[in-house]
Design a protein around this ligand. Structure first.
Ligand SMILES: NC(=O)c1ccc[n+]([C@@H]2O[C@H](COP(=O)([O-])OP(=O)(O)OC[C@H]3O[C@@H](n4cnc5c(N)ncnc54)[C@H](OP(=O)(O)O)[C@@H]3O)[C@@H](O)[C@H]2O)c1
Length: 276
């Protein structure tokens, strides 16, 4: 089986996500010579070359070589044009294709590339930009066990990843971890604003909010207790937390969260249909 650090990887699209993944791969022991990237934007190419020392090209088919993995890191709106443009290069190399574009279904990638292509559809999230991402993965039937293993190695270089066994679940991942950072930011925003109204300075309110979110997430990850038990442990009878939780429940907080995730899930399905 090929080792992660023996791979040749080609990025198509050299924006934010490509840059984070390249940074993650280099941290994992990849050499810049194992990675190439293409992007029509001179600025992005210059950034990648200066920051990571990888070779970049303005034409997607230029110096394509024989990569083991091709990562499609362009915006969903232009995926069709890009996939059709590189279909021949991919077919000639038999490379594993990993798409990180939101909403682009496997059936369409197969149509634009080839039904024989090995394709993984992923749904990363923005914390991947700082190496703390959470990514959902779905493979088409052509992806081998070894290629799945390599995909995990690549996506785990910017956080954690989990496979789903049916493509519709990628829309659930989108509603949970894809859009999830915004839910936490909104919650933090309201906590911060209220703390300021109650008398804290903006700086102190911001720092305490951030550290509370971070500490709670790390505690949830490291503790053997599940999150319900952790919540109950903070909530003493008749205490301050109980007063706050009662107020949440009076506003039917659970229903608000359920409706929000369902709305995101539905929108994800709609967008997938629109992109197609
Ligand atoms: N950012 C995230 O955290 C995140 C999370 C989940 C999923 N995603 C997905 O990741 C993908 C990339 O997102 P991003 O944030 O990295 O976007 P981005 O920063 O805009 O990167 C996309 C890059 O593709 C380039 N490009 C445009 N046309 C191209 C072409 N024909 N061939 C090759 N490259 C081309 C763009 O250049 P120009 O700027 O010059 O057009 C840009 O540098 C998207 O599909 C998005 O849905 C991102």
């Amino acid at each position: 089986m090929k080792k992660l650090t023996d791979l040749k990887v080609r990025f198509v699209g050299a924006g934010n996500m490509a840059s984070s993944l390249i940074g993650g791969l280099l941290n994992r022991g990849f050499l810049p010579s194992q990675i190439t990237a293409s992007d029509p934007g001179g600025h992005q190419r210059k950034l990648l070359t200066e920051k990571f020392g990888v070779q970049t090209f303005n034409d997607n088919n230029s110096h394509f070589g024989i990569p083991d993995v091709v990562i499609l890191a362009v915006k969903p709106q232009i995926m069709k044009i890009v996939a059709l443009d590189i279909a021949r290069s991919i077919a000639e190399t038999n490379a594993l294709v990993i798409s990180i574009a939101a909403g682009i279904k496997i059936e369409h990638l197969e149509k634009w590339l080839s039904p024989e292509s090995s394709i993984v559809r992923t749904m990363p999230n923005t914390p991947a930009l700082i190496g703390e991402g959470a990514t959902g993965l779905f493979a088409n039937k052509n992806v081998s066990k070894e290629q799945k293993h390599l995909t995990e190695g690549i996506m785990d270089s910017v956080g954690i990843s989990h496979w789903v066994d049916d493509e519709f679940k990628i829309d659930v991942v989108t509603a949970l971890s894809g859009s999830g950072p915004a839910y936490f930011f909104l919650f933090m925003e309201y906590m911060q604003k209220t703390a300021i109204e109650l008398g804290l300075s903006p700086e102190v309110a911001a720092k305490l909010t951030e550290q509370t979110a971070l500490g709670s997430a790390i505690l949830a990850q490291r503790s053997s207790d599940d999150i319900t038990v952790l919540r109950e442990k903070v909530t003493s009878p008749n205490g301050t937390t109980e007063a706050a939780l009662k107020s949440f429940n009076n506003g039917n907080f659970e229903k608000i969260i359920k409706n929000a995730l369902k709305a995101a899930n539905n929108r994800s399905k709609q967008l997938s249909d629109d992109f197609s």
